[in-house]
Write a protein that binds this ligand. Structure first.
Ligand code: ADP
Ligand code: IOM
Length: 520
């Protein structure tokens, strides 16, 4: 008996060494397979698994000084593949909302208002998230339109604890950029308010839905030390997550709009009250009033995919094609527009310029010229810019100083467009825009004006203008110089007052400046 048992053990050992399967093993493996098959019925809904992220590319060093305006990018790069939707039953879990300002109930509620949560959150559609990360990686690569790499897929798992951390390369870029800014003589509001303490408090934060970092917020100002402001909100949640930086900048720019303040309700006032600021045509060359709007359901520039740009352009052009009367016009896409035509429109002050380095550094010019365009009526007194700095810039302008006529046209256009497209609005911040300088009413009412005596000393002109809350720009707009003695003077603040009051501020201030010019 003992010998038999010993023999069976020896045989089993030989079988194992030779790799043969015993009858028992065959039975055992069949049973596991059967059990698995039983367990797998009914089959659960399969959620596509994101591909393994590619490794991040090394970050080049921030350019300390302003670079010359680069030439426009020739052709749009292909649209990044859309990230696959996550499980429909699992809406994104936002980071705990510790950083929101008291007036904004929560980042999520803000997001719901702004991005049409019914579309992006409740359906588990994570499409826009990919692009903010891509934006950051593009900046790290020093290239505005880099193809999506690891960051695109990485955002799909943003809810994973480790993915809420800011990448080491981004942190390094932030530290380098901050050190250079701190050592610079930049006059930007970014430099003024990004103290070491604020920097350290914010450098590890990310917005819950888009994963936007402090770098996404400040990269334009880090690259362009000559910025007036230097920060943008890559997505609307950035206004609350990075409020420690946005709030003081907003307060400074908008003349005292505090973090505890609430922007008043929209009020265009009595449009018939404004008259001609320069009835004798002595000083004012032309008058313009514009406002900005963001389409509900879409994030800001750095988070948009090329497909979204195109979709928005289509929405805007088809909506505007329904306008009648003096607003009736045509939409002209930038894609395919002859260079000579484009340049003429820019030279005539109708169209936005191309290759704005401030916007490029903020990742706002990706896929250019895709999705960009201009709508205008026949005599170019009513215009709409599509997808430049903001989704929409609605503009009314004409030669001379008849502010009443210009404002009345703007108000009727905005009212007509608002009947057709819903815009993003926040209870505290008013209409939401990419740049904090444009929040609230988003109104910039300006004149192109010649005041040679006052302008003999540019610093003096700016000093007098600021007394009336006015801002002086060059002839071709922001960041340009005056040509032929023509300045662009407009209301500076847009928050904490109504639309009517913003325009009145320009009207009153220009009236004073003209009086002063006459007295010299
Ligand atoms: P905004 O931020 O209001 O869009 P920009 O400073 O970028 O303004 O200027 C955009 C264009 O509008 C520029 O070509 C500028 O010359 C033009 N512009 C601004 N104000 C006037 C005006 N009162 N008359 C004519 N063109 C104007
Ligand atoms: N609105 C934006 N173009 N501007 C304020 C940029 C800046 O100077 O920082």
């Amino acid at each position: 008996m003992f010998a038999l048992w010993y023999l069976s053990l020896a045989l089993d050992e030989i079988r194992k060494r030779l790799g043969w399967t015993s009858i028992f093993d065959i039975f055992k493996s069949n049973k596991i397979a059967t059990d698995r098959a039983i367990e797998q019925k009914p089959e659960p809904i399969k959620v596509p698994t994101p591909k393994t992220p590619e490794p991040a590319k090394p970050a080049p060093v921030v350019q300390p000084e302003a670079k010359p305006t680069p030439p426009p990018k020739p052709a749009p790069k292909p649209d990044p593949p859309k990230p696959k939707a996550e499980s429909p039953s699992a809406p994104p879990t936002a980071e705990p909302i510790k950083n929101v300002t008291p007036k904004i109930s929560s980042a999520e509620s803000m997001d719901r208002k702004i991005f049409g949560a019914s579309k992006n959150l409740e359906n588990g559609e994570s499409k826009p998230k990919a692009n903010i990360k891509e934006a950051t990686s593009s900046f790290l690569e020093g290239e505005g339109q880099a193809p999506p790499t690891f960051t695109q897929t990485k955002t799909m798992t943003l809810r994973n604890k480790s993915d809420t951390m800011v990448d080491a390369a981004v942190l390094q870029k932030l530290e380098d950029g901050f050190a250079k800014l701190a050592a610079s003589d930049s006059k930007s509001l970014l430099k003024k308010y990004l103290t070491k303490e604020v920097f350290d408090n914010l450098k590890n934060k990310k917005t819950p839905s888009f994963g936007s970092t402090l770098l996404d917020v400040i990269q334009s100002g880090l690259e362009n030390h000559d910025s007036g402001v230097g920060i943008y909100a890559p997505d609307a949640e950035a206004y609350s997550v990075f409020s420690e930086l946005f709030d003081p900048i907003i307060e400074d720019y908008h003349g005292g709009f505090k973090k505890t303040d609430k922007h008043p309700a929209r009020d265009f006032g009595d449009v018939s009250t404004f008259t001609n600021v320069d009835p004798n045509n002595e000083f004012v060359v032309s008058t313009r009033v514009r406002c900005g709007r963001s389409l509900q359901g879409y994030p800001f520039n750095p988070c948009l995919s090329e497909a979204q740009y195109k979709e928005m352009e289509e929405k805007v052009s088809s909506t505007l094609s329904g306008l009648e009367g003096e607003l009736k016009g045509k939409f002209y896409p930038l894609t395919g527009m002859e260079k000579a035509v484009q340049q003429q429109l820019i030279d005539d002050h109708f169209l936005f310029k191309e290759g704005d380095r401030f916007l490029q550094a903020a990742n706002a010019c990706r896929y250019w010229p895709s999705g960009r365009g201009i709508y205008h009526n026949d005599n170019k007194t009513f215009l709409v810019w599509c997808n430049e700095e903001d989704h929409l810039r609605i503009i009314s302008m004409q030669m001379g100083g008849d502010l009443g006529e210009v404002y009345r046209r703007l108000v009727s256009a905005v009212n007509e467009i608002e009947k057709r497209i819903p815009f993003s609005h926040d209870d505290r911040l008013g209409f939401l825009t990419f740049c904090p300088t444009n929040l609230g009413t988003t109104i910039r009412a300006s004149v192109h004006i010649k005041v040679p005596k006052l302008a003999a000393n540019k610093a003096k002109l700016e000093e007098v203008a600021s007394k009336y809350n006015l801002q002086v720009r060059g002839t071709r707009g922001e960041h340009t110089e005056a040509e032929g003695g023509i300045y662009d003077i407009s209301n500076k603040r847009r928050m904490g007052l109504t639309e009517y009051q913003a325009v009145k501020e320009m009207y009153d201030g220009i009236t004073e400046l003209i009086k002063l010019e006459k007295s010299l």
